[in-house]
Design a protein around this ligand. Sequence first.
Ligand code: FPP
Length: 246
Amino acid sequence: MSEIKIPKHIAIIMDGNGRWAKKLGLNRIFGHRNGVAAVRETVEICGEIGVKYLTLYAFSLENWHRPEDEIKSLMSLLIEAIIKETPDLNKNNVQLRTIGDLSSFPENVTDKLNQAIKITSKNSGLILTLALSYSSRWEISEAVKTIAKKALAGEIEPESINENVIEQYLTTHGMPDPELIIRTSGEQRLSNFLLWQGAYSEFYFPDVLWPDFKKKDLMKAVNEYSQRERRFGKTGEQIEQEKKLI
Ligand code: FPP
């Protein structure tokens, strides 16, 4: 049996918390609470199997349009989870990062987040990135704005703007693109998540709702990824030839 290929970077759209709670006749926030438990398990397993980057879509820019009480509960849950989980993240050598427009977050949330980011900043294991108030179109617009300003100031030649230059101004600068993007709950959309970075990602859409996403589900996703052939526009024959040369 050939060895399983572990992606360096997995990104996940954690979907289905609300439906999970509804099925049990419970409040949506109960679903989010159980979603945090699935986050904990996923982080642990990614660390164990040697994934280097895990990026989780925890709160989209569009999520600000949710009912006020759900937003409030999500913020409290986030603070609670960060306070509770930071010691374990640190113990497990996990480095916490965020991407997104954190300026729209309440100060008490950003304070706790920044503390956790600082505490874990020297860790060399899994890099856990929470996408918070994140939107790809926002991120790309910001990058374009910065590059345009630099061009106007004469710091950058318009002719020299290419993919590498744009990458430098994305919030994920320096991170490899995700080889695998998972969205739970059966929905098959990117919803403004890592549009640039996901150009060549493999997609995996299990039906399982996020609070039910367990080790076996992650391993199924990784196994499926491992069996797919990534061609980056080349032919299958070229890829086979390249493998022989390694
Ligand atoms: C999507 O499910 C889920 C969210 C918008 C929030 C995800 C947040 C968490 C799992 C908690 C975050 C905590 C940490 C520590 C990262 P949905 O509510 O859209 O579900 P539905 O589509 O069934 O309504």
